[in-house]
Write a protein that binds this ligand. Sequence first.
Ligand code: AMP
Ligand code: ZN
Length: 506
Amino acid sequence: MPMTEMSDPSARSGGRLHLYDTQTRSIKALEPMDGKTYRFYCCGPTVYGPAHIGNFRTFLLQDVMRRVLELGGMKTRHVRNITDVDDKTIRDSQQAGKTLKEFTDYWYERLKKDAGSLNCLDPHMEPGAVAHIPEQIDLIRSLIEKGHAYSTEDGSVYYDVSSWADYGKLSRLKDRQITTDSSPSTAQGGNRSDSDEYEARDSLADFALWKARKPEDGDNWWDSPWGQGRPGWHTECSAMSAKYLGKSFDLHSGGVDLIFPHHENEIAQSESCHCVTFAGHWFHIEHLMVDGGKMSKSLGNLYTVEDLEKRGFTPMEVRYVLISGHYRQQLNFTLDSLKAARQALAKISRFNQVLKAVAGAGVPDAWKTVVKKRIEPGGWHFFGAAWDSLLDDLNTPRALGDVFSAIRKVEKSMAAGELSQEQILAAATELGHVLGALGLVLPEPEPVNAPEDIRQLADRRWELRVAKDWEQSDKLRDELKEKGWHVMDGREGYQLVPLPGTVTGE
Ligand code: AMP
Ligand code: ZN
């Protein structure tokens, strides 16, 4: 398989990632609007318990998106907020007998641990809502001054959805013929919701920007121009994204449940305050399901990384499963899919070991040094289809399929003795690049049982090597190679790696 004959599909996409944008309902290329750094904001977790693997599906797809951008040579700025004050964090911290800070710090640390074990890159910034109360108050004040918000007698502040003609443009509320009948357009306070998580029912509701202090809030209140209280959930993302990314930035992301009302409300707050487009692209990830239903605490079908580790699965197997579905489709989670992931990772690991063994010392474990390892468009020879699948609307399932197709082809060519050392090195580097984009760290390959005669030959060679009889030991190395086995020497002993096409003793 001469390298020049392999086509390089990534050259066709210009090496740029294209993604579906919920706002325009079209696939768009991702380009930094300032020409330098791709700035994006991901709505992060509410830290009142362990994140479940549904949450991590969303965080992992965002992670893969970032890795693909960076491997494509783009600088990124990734901000993910931490919701550390809301009804749930207050309620559960009180039940646990802890201060809000003690409680949310604990769950934040747990999030970091789980995200780390899943090989998620740390966001560049992880601002929390409590540390940004002044910024949120400034935003609310400005919205009142501009006529988009109003305070009520109890000292709460609401966003007046009738004041913003574009309200609903992301979720296309108007297309769904949702009326404002029960929310008179003239009225401030016709129909209001101070629940952060109301659903898109039949009517629009003004939503809380600031919630007046209630007895059940305990010590969790702050002073404001409208009295003591705390910010509504939607307020934090508008305030913190403006602070860390600017009033207008490249991309905003979250699970599909956030499209309405959360992201709709963020757009209304930010655009009516700053009068510029809030986010240039909206990237939403469909839900992880369990047995056909949504993963949720109340149904008792919620899994955490820790739960799955207790059942004997590794976080990397969890990562593999969570990225194995396309982000625009729901993914049904099963324990069997984890078993399949184990086999898939083992297969790639074995192949990678062969490449490394044959190509020699020059092959780094590229996926561990992800951002340093770049392949320019036009530079792909073996795994270009997998890279192109990633660029094509982050098609992770197709990319994984392409990896296995490429493995089969390379193995076949190696078995036929058609690949040069240089080509094998290129294949190893490309595989590392794709694994780096997917964030997959390979497990140690399982040792392979070699037939008795091969083991005897390899033992003899090891003894010669220990005796420093290089000439004879090299001779036996060549003999083993002819019989289809590569010897990898370690300090304490050797390992036999079957070359593609070799019949093993398994
Ligand atoms: P939360 O802590 O509930 O605010 O969620 C944090 C992130 O996880 C948000 O982007 C949610 O949209 C997302 N999310 C929640 N449940 C799921 C699920 N079952 N599948 C995928 N993403 C989810
Ligand atoms: Zn948000």
